[in-house]
Design a protein around this ligand. Structure first.
Ligand SMILES: NC(=O)c1ccc[n+]([C@@H]2O[C@H](COP(=O)([O-])OP(=O)(O)OC[C@H]3O[C@@H](n4cnc5c(N)ncnc54)[C@H](OP(=O)(O)O)[C@@H]3O)[C@@H](O)[C@H]2O)c1
Length: 264
């Protein structure tokens, strides 16, 4: 299969590109900076916020391979801090990367998948796309946007032979924690005294989280399935339980549980 993965400089993208290339797929991956390259992967330079660059990258794959069977939309970043203190630029970067990046790639690959009469779109959401995470409000918003968009996309493209899957990881140990842009503002710390402690908990959970190859294996198994499910949660038992509780409990009870976890 011809597979295009976004954001393969580290974390999930890197492990997924490595595994899928090892399995014999033709893998293209996007990066936006110089990195040490995997020998069996084709690299494309793209900032996912740049629609023109995305179109050019997709065109390059089509010219070489004539098709794209799978898009794995993985590139993403997070901002952390009280929503009150996020700047307009930070919010824009968050939404442009996580949500508009997906929109750019899907818009670019869909005409080719429609012509092929087949294709898979796998979008990286998050558990934070199913529940609003404190001090990661805009990150959650970007993933909620992905969830709403993919729910509609799935129905719109069903009869075109295109399969949409949303993957929701819990805490994983990747480059994500180090690249999070946190509000360093002393005023924010003072106004929200639980901010530092809650964020410390988030980072502790992430750095002690699952290894990215677990997620890579899940993506590989989704690609191999003829009829994959629409959504997958890939997380620890506690985090899968939290997703279940969010679905079945009254909102008030769930807020109490999540709040107490973050000491809020
Ligand atoms: N790690 C977790 O616990 C976790 C949990 C749930 C969901 N996720 C999601 O999983 C996905 C992958 O994250 P990860 O954990 O593997 O983090 P990561 O190691 O930081 O990898 C993120 C990748 O996205 C790329 N990227 C970020 N902004 C970009 C932009 N504007 N243009 C192009 N590429 C860009 C990064 O490139 P650079 O190296 O150049 O920055 C990097 O290759 C993200 O969508 C994230 O939200 C992660």
């Amino acid at each position: 299969m011809v597979i295009l993965i976004t954001g393969i400089s580290s974390g999930f993208g890197l492990e997924t590109a490595r595994l899928l290339a090892h399995e014999g797929h033709t893998v293209y991956g996007t990066v936006r900076r110089e990195v040490e390259q995997l020998p069996s992967v084709n690299y494309l330079k793209v900032d996912v916020r740049d629609r023109e660059a995305v179109n050019a990258a997709v065109q390059q794959v089509i010219e070489k391979e004539g098709r794209i069977d799978v898009l794995v939309n993985n590139a993403g970043m997070g901002i952390g801090g009280p929503v009150e203190f996020a700047t307009e630029e930070e919010v824009k970067e968050q939404m442009d990367t996580n949500f508009m990046g997906l929109v750019h790639f899907v818009t670019a690959v869909l005409p080719h998948m429609r012509k092929q009469g087949s294709g898979r779109i796998i979008a990286l959401s998050s558990i934070g796309g199913l529940m609003g995470l404190p001090f990661q409000g805009f990150y959650s918003a970007s993933k909620f946007a992905i969830e709403g968009y993919c729910e509609a996309l799935r129905l719109e493209t069903k009869k075109l032979g295109i399969i949409v899957t949303v993957v929701r990881p819990g805490d994983f140990s990747t480059g994500f924690t180090a690249s999070r842009k946190k509000t360093p503002n002393a005023e924010a710390m003072k106004a929200y005294q639980t901010y530092a402690e809650s964020m410390g908990k988030v980072e502790h959970d992430e750095t002690g989280g699952l290894k990215p190859r677990v997620l890579a294996r899940k993506i590989s198994s989704i690609i191999q399935k003829e009829h994959p499910r629409y959504g997958y949660v890939v997380a620890s038992f506690e985090q899968r339980l939290s997703v279940l509780l969010k679905r079945i409990l009254p909102a008030k009870w769930f807020a109490l549980i999540l709040g107490s976890y973050y000491k809020l």
